[in-house]
Design a protein around this ligand. Structure first.
Ligand SMILES: Cc1cc2nc3c(=O)[nH]c(=O)nc-3n(C[C@H](O)[C@H](O)[C@H](O)COP(=O)(O)OP(=O)(O)OC[C@H]3O[C@@H](n4cnc5c(N)ncnc54)[C@H](O)[C@@H]3O)c2cc1C
Length: 287
């Protein structure tokens, strides 16, 4: 139950929102879809006294192309990430991850900016951003900065965002023709958070192959599997991917959903599946 009074702000421009944070950043909590924040408020885990809603800031709700990248505004909802024609065409693995987030209500409200800011280690976007070498853009009234996933995701549900900053966009590379990608996840039931998840991004000629993993540590893990997949993705190559992924996931820890050994093993299994799916012809990017 939310029992305290809340001062609520809903500016229509990014400039106004940043102005509010510049004056009062330490005391203001940003609200996007509310799919993580509101449950935390209901449970009394957080008790914000000032809430800054971004929901009227339309300039954050667009997907655009810039310098070979797709720039996805922070307020773009998961359902739009899943359906957006530019994303589906040039970076289908991001759409695949968005498609399986929670349920339809969560996908219709939750945003990509809120998801990365929340930084749940099993969130569906995180391994995808890691595998793609995407980036997160933050703005404050002092300017803008763009960070790699490794720079942004610092620890368990902890990012390098400063209190006066807003996540304004997530950028991913437009995959060149012939590149292939796939996203896989292990969850107990459809609609629940992943226990582990894996994204694979592979060049058409196998000169580059990367796996991003979630759920095996406080922040996403990137594994270069180019050597393992250089000559194709037969059973032996996929077994070699499993071996390097198991080693990369060595710091996984246990929780109520699974113990550490199971997470490591499942990371290996789902990374192999992602690589197998990514190297299948239908996953090819056609530009
Ligand atoms: C039932 C349920 C099932 C779910 N299942 C999944 C799942 O399977 N996979 C998955 O990945 N996620 C899942 N989620 C989480 C969901 O994806 C949320 O949408 C996401 O975590 C937060 O996005 P939001 O826009 O709702 O952010 P909010 O809840 O509004 O905010 C989350 C946090 O980020 C901060 N924040 C929000 N936007 C910004 C911004 N632009 N700049 C700076 N800080 C910001 C807030 O202050 C808050 O701390 C689930 C949620 C629910 C309720």
């Amino acid at each position: 139950m939310i029992s305290n009074e809340i001062e609520f702000h809903a500016p229509a421009t990014l400039g106004e929102a940043l102005g509010l944070l510049a004056d009062d950043g330490d005391d203001v909590t940003v609200l996007s879809g509310g799919m993580s924040l509101v449950p935390m408020m209901n449970l009394g885990i957080v008790r914000p006294t000032k809430v800054l809603s971004l929901n009227k800031v339309r300039e954050l709700a667009h997907v655009t192309e810039r310098d070979g990248q797709l720039v996805v505004g922070a307020l773009v909802r998961h359902a739009e990430v899943a359906a957006n024609p530019l994303i589906r065409r040039h970076c289908p693995v991001l759409a695949s991850a968005a498609e399986v987030i929670g349920d339809i209500q969560v996908r219709n409200r939750g945003t990509i900016g809120g998801s990365v800011a929340h930084a749940d280690p099993a969130a569906d976007y995180l391994p995808v951003l890691a595998a793609l070498g995407g980036s997160v853009t933050l703005a404050s009234s002092a300017g803008e900065r763009t960070l790699t996933p490794a720079e942004f995701f610092v620890d368990l549900m902890f990012t390098s965002r400063e209190p006066e900053e807003i996540v304004t966009a997530v950028s991913v590379p437009k995959l060149a023709a012939g590149w292939r990608s796939a996203y896989t996840r292990l969850a107990r039931v459809e609609g629940s958070f992943a226990i582990v998840n894996a994204a694979a991004v592979v060049a058409g000629d196998h000169s580059s192959a990367t796996v991003g993993l979630g759920g095996v540590g406080p922040s996403p893990v990137v594994v270069d599997v180019t050597e393992q997949l250089r000559d194709g993705a037969d059973e032996a190559a996929l077994a070699a991917v499993g071996a390097v992924v198991r080693e990369a996931a060595r710091d996984a820890s246990g929780d109520l959903m699974s113990d550490a050994t199971y997470r490591r093993e499942m990371a290996a299994v789902f990374a192999r599946r992602a690589c197998a799916a990514a190297t299948a012809t239908q996953a090819e990017v056609r530009s």
